[in-house]
Design a protein around this ligand. Structure first.
Ligand code: 6R9
Length: 692
């Protein structure tokens, strides 16, 4: 039984939802009568044509009965940009929408709602002048700068579908997205500093356009933000400047490329919105999953709008005087929903951060929180784990007393990191919200609510309104009570994806075929005796321990009382990782399954030790004892490999697929294009020989 943390008293008193009974009642309403529940919420938005109750929700979730189809508020007509900006102007025109904090300490600016509105209208006119029409798809490849948000909203304003490509992706990844989306218009920047490193985006974009052109998809217009302007004003070395000039000269094409500032000069500040049908496409965002080529997840206008706004409001218990900061990049769904749309739909003031947590020093996050008096903060477990290793002193130096809600997203958060976040960042006074969701779900599907949910470290707790989670066994049978299995959802909520762009069959096959009647997330989960849900990780990261079970069952210690696994059941590698990181000399751990001649599968652990520490035989022994004690003898690691770096995606998720292939000595690592730094692969392969 793990500890329970009650919601902080200060928050509870004034929260939108301040008692579990209130949550339960509203949850029951949201499930019992979705049209009524979401219909009430929809009243808070501007509609050109209000959706009617009869057409509020039509869907088929069962592949056996016909194609999968999901439609919310089908006869409603609205515009998401209008709801983000125009709707707020009378009361909030001069309110700050974003504090922009750049990579360098001296880079900062603010942008109010009316300024944002003006820039969006102008850029929408630029897009129109360049031939972009309703339904066209525009790709945006940029760092975390206001122009990125302006581009997204300009697209939404004129009914163009945006496809944001993470600004750190390679030319190949960008080209693949240009080709898949049938993109003819690009919005990019000339480059960016990430910490001390200068990235010449111009070059990457030019290469991507060349690849796309070869494949028969030429880009007709590329609008480039001159973001490295300070390079010409002394920020950067002579060699950096020289390299920039060279790249500019060789890649720039006057027919195709133009500077943002030149385009904006002549643009009008007036731009009517394009009124959109609720189910018109709003954006595509690619997600890789564990295998195969990235899928273009498609979201539509009205359902996504309602869900982004509502989850933001309740999960962060949004208040008008909040300063909110989500550190996620906009190239990830977390940035779409909780940097751009959710906050703007609520009229919030946010921080938009371009930099990294480690530049110019490892306390940048805490510095920024103090600087803007951030009250709601949202980041990923990988960032928390990375910052933990610098110790509490880095945090204690700063006044973080403004913080009320601390969110996490992206991976299961191990209880140790949760407790550190709670104690040292939140000073034991802030609520932690561990939000579980996916690109596909549009917004939070499992999350505590900060004013009412008693939390357990490591659990995403309970479903958000309108979401019905189930835990299924291998045969697709719903498991009741405490159980472990596959987490799936039974009915659609407004923010669920509608299709895979250009490939509805793939959508049906990936999400709806294995368990007919359910949306399958691809994650494993367990429900405890109090009904709390714990995400255990991707199904591919599960281990079938039936062999191990047979061999080791008799070794169970008296303390373990019950076997954690049963023959044929899955065990999540996350449990083992959680135990390993409890060792005081371990920073991070990733555990994968590896083929074993006797057991079938065994546990292969990659462990990142603290700086200056090496994993020798005695430390390996300590780690094995730790896992035996925390879990059970049968979970004891078969192999431990020291790994200075773990392979991660740009959003910080550990790529266990790569680790599985390395463990199995598979030379073909497949698609590594979504990896943040693929140069670490050789040292991981090399390290395989030194397992302990
Ligand atoms: C929002 C986002 C989705 C996958 C998801 C799951 C993992 C996200 C989590 C979590 C445990 C959480 N995930 N949040 N696992 N606890 N709070 O991350 O979207 O990039 O599509 O990834 O991330 O495995 O299926 P996306």
């Amino acid at each position: 039984m793990s500890d329970i943390y009650e919601p902080p008293e200060g928050l509870k008193a004034s929260a939108h939802i301040h008692a579990m009974q209130d949550y339960r009642n509203r949850y029951a309403e949201s499930i019992g009568d979705p049209a009524k529940f979401w219909g009430e919420i929809a009243k808070g938005f501007h509609w050109q044509t209000t959706p009617t109750a009869d057409k509020f929700l039509t869907y088929n979730f069962d592949i056996r009965k016909g194609p999968i189809a999901i439609k919310w508020m089908e006869d409603g007509v609205t515009n998401i940009c209008y709801n983000c900006l125009d709707r707020h102007l009378p009361q909030k025109g001069s309110q700050i929408a974003f504090y922009w904090e750049g990579n360098d300490l001296e880079d900062e600016k603010t942008i109010t709602y009316s300024e944002l509105h003006r820039e969006v209208c102008k850029f929408a006119n630029v897009l129109k002048r360049n031939g972009v029409k309703k339904g066209d798809c525009v790709a945006v490849y940029m760092p975390m700068i206001p122009e990125l948000i302006i581009s997204m909203l300009a697209c939404s304003r004129i009914g163009a579908v945006h496809s944001i490509v993470f600004g750190g992706y390679s030319a190949e990844s960008l080209a693949a997205r240009i080709i898949d989306g049938g993109i003819r218009t690009l919005v990019t920047a000339d480059g960016v500093w990430r910490g001390n490193k200068l990235i010449h985006s111009l070059e990457v974009v030019d290469q991507a356009m060349a690849i796309a052109k070869k494949a028969g998809h030429p880009i007709e217009k590329n609008v480039v933000v001159r973001h490295l302007i300070r390079l010409h004003h002394g920020n950067g070395s002579a060699s950096e400047k020289e390299a920039y000039e060279k790249i500019l000269a060789s890649s720039w094409n006057n027919e195709r490329d133009s500077w943002w500032e030149d385009e904006m000069k002549e643009a009008s500040e007036q731009c009517d919105v394009e009124w959109m049908q609720a189910e018109d496409p709003s954006f595509i965002l690619y997600t890789s999953g564990s295998t195969g080529k990235p899928k273009g997840v498609l979201h539509t206008v009205a359902g996504y709008m309602l869900f982004a706004a509502t989850t933001f409001k309740f999960t962060f218990d949004f208040r008008p005087d909040d300063v909110y900061w989500c550190t996620a990049d906009i190239g990830w769904i977390t940035g779409h929903t909780y940097v751009t749309y959710g906050p703007l739909l609520n009229g919030a003031t946010s921080v938009l951060f371009e930099g990294t947590p480690f530049y110019p020093s490892n306390d940048r996050f805490w510095q920024v929180i103090q600087k803007y008096k951030v009250s709601k903060f949202y980041t990923a477990p990988t960032a928390i784990r990375a910052l933990m290793k610098f110790g509490e002193d880095f945090v204690d130096k700063y006044d973080l007393s403004s913080l009320k809600v601390l969110g996490t997203v992206g991976e299961p958060i191990n209880p140790e990191a949760w407790l550190w976040y709670h104690k040292y960042v939140g000073n034991s006074k802030a609520a932690i919200v561990d939000t579980y969701w996916q690109t596909e779900t549009g917004g939070h599907v499992l999350t505590p609510l900060p004013g009412c949910t008693p939390t357990k470290p490591g659990s995403a707790c309970f479903p958000f309104f309108g979401v019905i989670p189930v835990i299924l066994d291998e045969e697709g049978k719903e498991l009741e009570g405490p159980a472990e299995g596959y987490i799936a959802f039974k009915k659609p909520w407004p923010g669920i994806m509608r299709t895979v762009f250009g490939d509805h069959k793939r959508f049906e096959q990936i999400y709806f075929s294995r368990f007919p009647g359910y949306y399958m997330t691809g994650d494993g989960a367990k429900r405890d005796a109090d009904g709390y849900i714990w995400i255990t990780g991707r199904i591919d990261d599960m281990l079938n321990c039936s062999g191990t079970y047979c061999f080791d069952f008799l070794q169970l210690t008296p303390q373990t009382k019950m076997p954690l696994m049963h023959p044929g059941h899955l065990m999540s590698t996350a449990q083992v990782e959680s135990a390993l990181v409890e060792h005081s000399n371990v920073v991070e751990a990733a555990v994968v399954s590896c083929p074993h001649p006797v057991k079938g599968e065994c546990l292969y652990c990659y462990v990142t030790p603290m700086e200056g520490v090496h994993i020798d035989a005695s430390m390996a022994k300590e780690l094995r004892i730790l896992v035996r004690e925390k879990i059970a003898p049968f979970a004891s690691p078969d192999y431990i490999q020291e790994a200075i770096h773990l392979p991660k995606t740009r959003s910080g998720k550990i790529m266990r697929r790569i680790l599985r292939q390395i463990a199995a000595n598979d030379p073909d690592l497949g698609d590594t294009s979504t990896m943040a730094d693929s140069t670490i692969i050789p040292s991981l392969q090399e390290g395989r020989r030194k397992v302990v």
